[in-house]
Design a protein around this ligand. Structure first.
Ligand SMILES: O=C(O)c1ccccc1NCC(=O)[C@H](O)[C@H](O)COP(=O)(O)O
Length: 226
């Protein structure tokens, strides 16, 4: 799996249609968030996911940590990929892969000021139990681990790419203006954006999405050719 573009935080069918038309590969649905403030209902997400055609896919973004619960929720939603954003134990990751070999499992690595060594150790520990890692940015002011709109030190993500035997998706504060530079520095297999593609009304903006996809594709091509 490489050169993939994901956009997260889908709020309705109209937004999903816009993203699909602009060539976004994976659509991320954050659901059952600890805040209790999901942007979309589960029934609306199920409807949208049922309209997506392979290789396009819907991805559950979740803080669930129990393999059985994750598996059941993925079945309910009809997703083939799940992004685990919580502190999931490696045993649960192994259990999930054993139970659901059909499910593409992404494990988040949330980058803080001083946790690079911890994340490198996590990669060593979990790599056999996941299909992909995703780096994201911690916001110390709010405690948020996702959709912060903040970039992190990309040299940490680049080091994680070099260390990981599994592909890595880069997220955290990516926009049409910085995604190409991020790809050139980090050399990830995939990129993801959420708030950086929103307009003032909080919906994904057509021009930002179009530019993000074009810039990402161009940079992926460049690093492949180099
Ligand atoms: O997208 C969310 O609403 C979300 C909420 C809580 C945890 C994770 C979440 N999303 C994970 C993602 O893949 C986001 O796109 C990622 O955090 C990047 O967001 P942004 O920095 O706004 O581009």
């Amino acid at each position: 799996m490489k050169n993939l573009v994901q956009v997260a935080g889908i709020i309705d069918a109209e937004e999903a249609k816009l993203l699909s038309a602009e060539g976004v590969d994976w659509l991320g649905f954050p659901l059952r968030l600890p805040s209790g403030k999901d942007d979309i209902s589960e029934s609306a997400a199920i409807k949208i996911i049922s309209t997506l055609n392979t290789p396009q896919a819907g991805v559950l973004i979740s803080y669930l940590t129990d393999a059985d619960e994750v598996s059941a929720f993925c079945t309910e939603l009809g997703v083939t990929a799940v992004q685990l954003h919580g502190d999931v134990e490696v045993e649960q990751l192994r259990k999930l892969k054993a139970k659901r070999p059909d499910l593409y499992v992404l494990k988040s690595l949330v980058v803080r000021e001083d946790n690079a060594e911890e994340l490198l150790a996590l990669v060593d520990q979990c790599a056999d139990a996941v299909d992909m890692f995703i780096t994201d940015t911690y916001n110390p002011a709010t405690g948020a681990k996702g959709a912060t709109g903040l970039t992190h030190d990309w040299s940490v993500s680049a080091e994680l790419v070099r260390r990981s035997p599994k592909p890595l998706m880069l997220a955290g504060g990516l926009t049409p203006d910085n995604v190409a530079a991020a790809i050139r520095q980090v050399r990830p297999a995939a990129v993801d954006a959420h708030t950086g593609l929103e307009g003032p009304n909080g919906r994904k903006d057509l021009e930002k999405t179009r530019r993000f996809v074009a810039e990402a594709r161009r940079a992926f091509n460049d690093i492949e050719a180099a």
